[in-house]
Design a binder for this molecule. Structure first.
Ligand code: PHE
Ligand code: ZN
Length: 881
């Protein structure tokens, strides 16, 4: 593990490398505990580099077993090797030289899952961000691009399959039961995109012909016996390849494209050139084991990694501060892909829900950082929702501001200008400025300033003048180490909604530029006057969530209800509902804190029935519109002095009141949606299931008996319905014989399937109430649980800490103490996983005083631990600062 030395890396310290590595030839002699790696590096001094600079290569826990320069073994005094560094004191004056390095690594002992490791008997690698240095000494930085040739030698019986990047060039027998394969990748790449896989896996094969006629062989490798669960991923891959050609003009550039699913993986997946490695959770799906949400995630992540081939691989990052250059842009591309494959409106609402639940708390808490950070201690901790999701929102705003056509031209220029290079956010923005002729310097603050802007707006109307006045103000709250903020360029899409829901026209505008229905808020305060508006309309602002801000819009009292029923912009329609629900729940929390029973407005209680019955709306949209804000959402909106039991109480009461009030309507609709149609994972079918299962939950809340859910569980014919029914039983009727039976039946049925058992762990980790802690502790001892496997840990511990407000935030602080202990135990194996998990405490300052104090002690206990890795130390220190 990399110990915390206190070093901080700064963007302004960037210097190009003194040395380049034109070609890299690697030989792997695979062995579970003693793998030999021979790296032959064709190096040269960069033109203009300091002449007598020593050569310093990065390492991490490495053991050097051989070293020569231009074929001559180096004497002991010519170099210094530590696990972290190989320093060659004097490098030949000749511009070019060849360095041959031999290291020994132990894949079986590698529990950090960085570098070369074993997962279920399969050798695999993970090199982003700094894992390659755990394989061999190297210039392990993204701006050193090299052409790789890789020779893999292994046991034929246990490793019939030998894969690396690029195209296969040679294979053969070595005698003694061993064999080899050689791969060559013609595209120069940084070391973080290197990959190797060796093992015994099943495969699904297919092919794709690119627009210019290149035949690409596609392979998806999975555990034997799971081949028939890889079909959906293959289909998603082919659709991704076709989409990138039409949407961005990007074709694939090798003869093979392989995907390997492994069961131990820290993240979702990795875009290694020509050899993507995936967490098997994001590859394997069939109706029996995967929910509709799983299918949607698989489609999105397959696309994401494939799209990286251009945004990330062909054009990569100069340094790790530029991570959003590839990640924010690629998330934007996968969002657009999913929007085109499914329902654009539903996709956008889902994105915003995610952004608010994952990125907003980051931006509004101690871990806030700019989309393009300027400092880091541990780069692994910057694979954040801010870099990914807010990074995508920034690209979306660029498109909103410049328009589709200019946006596409600028992207074309980016691909043309920077292909084969390692570049910066400034290079990216320059393409948009050059094509549009616009000054984007104020806009660029979205990359450089942390924090979610607050926008307040108020509406007034002068019937005599037929004039509508909109007053806008932006306010930028301080974030860690940034107390003074500059004013931002905030693009707000808007419309004026008339009595029938129609968009009203307006003419002259005074006070700011408004074109194509977008208000460009650039000053602190702006007043806009719209003439030709005889009657006061409802104002629909930040349509499509055009800017990632917190908006408070004051207008006439019934405007929200009107927008909820009529707004032509589906996002704002959904938002109006959420705003109303949230307000009612905040009031409910306040009532319960004062020991008073919450009351709810009748019009609000009727609304879900009206939306549910509106056959003009997609089912998936209706399901989203009827979903109450989660307890975590409500806590975030309340912002301070949170009492989780009062939030839970308010939400449970509102759900029951809605279910009771609309019972007949919901029942009829639930009936009509209960059909015998054959399973299909498409978006429309998934939407019907989502609505049906949400209605089941409301009806169960109203009926106060588990019978309906138990029946649905027994009759379910796919995982989406089965898991939905199980959740209703476990969360509304936990402890009832029906819930206990269902949990047992589910466990029996899926005992051998780790990915499905993750759902079983998660559903129990979310059971409301203080007893959840004992449940979680007991489940840690279950045969299917494994503290070394990231999926298991996230399902049980991650779900408990992030999604169970009452169970985790116990009044006695026992949830936090258990959590701190568990995180420290995980840290000893996998510091990166422990650090991500620990971010669950980032909002500790918003809790009521007793819980706040208890959470602080848990954080301090983690900070005081002796074995602090750089990963965990960084998160804990920033969270406490
Ligand atoms: N680059 C990967 C992605 O976003 C994420 C990742 C980062 C995977 C670090 C592993 C390690 O597609
Ligand atoms: Zn990515």
């Amino acid at each position: 593990m990399t110990a915390d030395t206190g070093t901080i890396f700064r963007l302004e310290d960037y210097r190009p490398s003194d040395f380049l590595i034109g070609e890299t030839r690697l030989t792997f002699r695979l062995d579970p505990t003693a793998t030999t790696v021979i790296a032959e590096l064709d190096m040269e001094r960069r033109a203009g580099a300091v002449l007598d600079a020593p050569l310093v290569l990065d390492g991490d826990e490495l053991t050097l077993t051989g070293l020569s320069l231009d074929g001559q073994a180096l004497g002991d005094d010519a170099y210094e090797a530590t696990p972290e560094r190989l320093t060659i004191r004097s490098v030949p004056a000749s511009a070019r030289f060849r360095l041959t390095i031999e290291t020994k690594v132990n894949p079986a002992a590698n529990k950090a899952l960085m570098g070369l490791y074993r997962s279920n008997g399969v050798y695999c690698t993970q090199c982003e961000a700094e894992g390659f240095r755990r394989i061999t000494y190297f210039l392990d930085r993204p701006d050193v691009l090299s052409v790789y040739t890789v020779r893999i030698e292994a046991d034929r019986a246990t490793c019939p399959l030998l894969l690396s990047n690029g195209d296969p060039v040679e294979a053969g027998d070595l005698g003694d039961g061993r064999h080899f394969a050689v791969w060559h990748d013609p595209h120069p790449k940084p070391s973080y995109l290197f990959a190797l896989v060796a093992g015994d896996l099943g495969v699904v094969e297919d092919s794709f012909t690119t627009a210019s006629g290149r035949q690409v062989k596609l392979g998806i490798y999975v555990e034997h016996g799971k081949e028939d669960r890889a079909g959906y991923a293959m289909d998603a891959l082919k659709r991704s390849m076709a989409w990138d050609e039409t949407a961005f003009g990007r074709e694939y550039d090798l003869d093979v494209f392989n995907i390997v699913a492994v069961s131990d993986f820290n993240m979702g997946a990795m875009e290694n050139k020509g050899l993507n490695i995936f967490n098997d959770k994001y590859v394997l799906a069939d109706e029996e084991t995967a929910t509709d949400a799983d299918y949607a995630n698989i489609e999105a992540i397959i696309a994401h990694e494939y799209f990286h081939n251009w945004t990330g691989n062909r054009i990569t990052c100069r340094d790790w501060f530029q991570l959003c250059l590839k990640e924010g842009l690629t998330v934007f591309r996968d969002h657009e892909f999913s929007a085109d494959q499914r329902s654009r409106a539903v996709k956008r609402i889902t994105e915003v829900r995610n952004l608010r639940s994952l990125q907003f708390p980051e931006d509004q808490g101690p871990l806030a950082h700019p989309v393009r950070p300027r400092r880091y201690k541990e780069i692994n901790n910057f694979y954040t929702a801010t870099v990914y999701e807010k990074g995508s929102e920034v690209v979306r705003m660029l498109r909103t501001i410049l328009g589709d056509e200019t946006f596409r031209k600028a992207m074309d220029l980016y691909f043309e200008r920077h292909d084969g290079q390692a570049v910066t956010i400034e290079d990216f923005i320059a393409c948009f400025a050059d094509v549009s002729g616009e000054d984007l310097s104020q806009f660029a603050l979205w990359y450089h300033q942390a924090g979610t802007p607050n926008v307040t707006a108020s509406v007034s109307h002068d019937a005599q003048k037929a004039e509508l006045v909109l007053e806008l103000e932006q306010q930028l709250p301080p974030t860690p180490s940034e107390s003074r903020k500059k004013l931002m360029h905030i693009p707000l899409s808007f419309g004026l909604v008339g009595p029938e829901g129609e968009d009203l026209g307006w003419s002259a505008v005074e006070g700011a530029a408004v074109a194509d229905g977008v208000i460009h808020l650039k000053k602190r305060k702006q007043t806009l006057r719209f003439s030709g508006v005889p009657h006061l309309p409802a104002v629909s602002l930040n349509r499509g969530f055009s800017a990632p801000v917190n908006l408070t819009l004051a207008q006439k009292p019934d405007a929200l209800l009107h927008l909820a029923l009529h707004d032509g912009d589906p996002f704002c329609r959904w938002q109006a509902l959420v705003t109303m629900f949230t307000q009612a729940l905040i009031d409910g929390h306040r009532s319960l804190l004062a020991d008073a029973e919450p009351t709810f407005d009748e019009a609000l209680l009727d609304l879900p029935g009206r939306i549910a019955a509106d056959a003009g709306l997609e089912e998936a949209f209706r399901a989203l519109a009827l979903t109450l804000p989660s307890e975590t959402d409500i806590a975030r909106e309340i912002g301070s002095d949170i009492e989780p039991y009062c939030i839970y109480g308010a939400r449970a009461r509102l759900a029951r009141a809605i279910g009771t009030r609309n019972r007949d309507r919901f029942e009829a609709l639930h009936q009509s949606l209960t059909t015998q149609e054959a399973f299909s994972p498409d978006a429309a079918s998934a939407g019907r299931r989502a609505l049906r299962n949400l209605l089941l939950d409301y009806l169960a809340a109203a009926e106060r008996t588990p019978a309906r859910a138990a029946g649905a569980f027994a009759r379910s014919t796919n995982m989406t319905d089965r898991f939905a029914a199980l959740s209703v039983l476990a969360h509304r009727f936990g402890g009832s014989p029906e819930a206990v039976d269902a949990l047992e039946a589910f466990e029996r049925r899926y005992a051998g399937d780790a990915l499905v058992m993750d759902k079983w762990f998660a559903v129990q980790a979310m059971m409301p109430g203080a007893a959840a802690l004992d449940t979680v502790k007991a489940l840690m001892g279950h045969a299917a649980f494994d503290l070394s496997n990231p999926n298991r840990v996230r399902s049980l511990i991650g779900t408990y800490a992030n999604a169970n407000q009452t169970g985790f935030h116990r009044a006695d602080g026992a949830g936090y103490a258990f959590f701190a202990e568990t995180v420290l135990e995980i840290e000893r194996k996998n510091p990166q996983l422990a650090a991500r998990l620990a971010t669950a405490l980032r909002s500790w300052r918003s809790l009521e005083p007793n819980r706040r104090a208890a959470a602080q002690s848990a954080l301090e206990a983690m900070a005081a631990s002796q074995t602090n890795s750089r990963d965990l130390a960084d998160i804990v220190q920033r969270t406490l600062a």
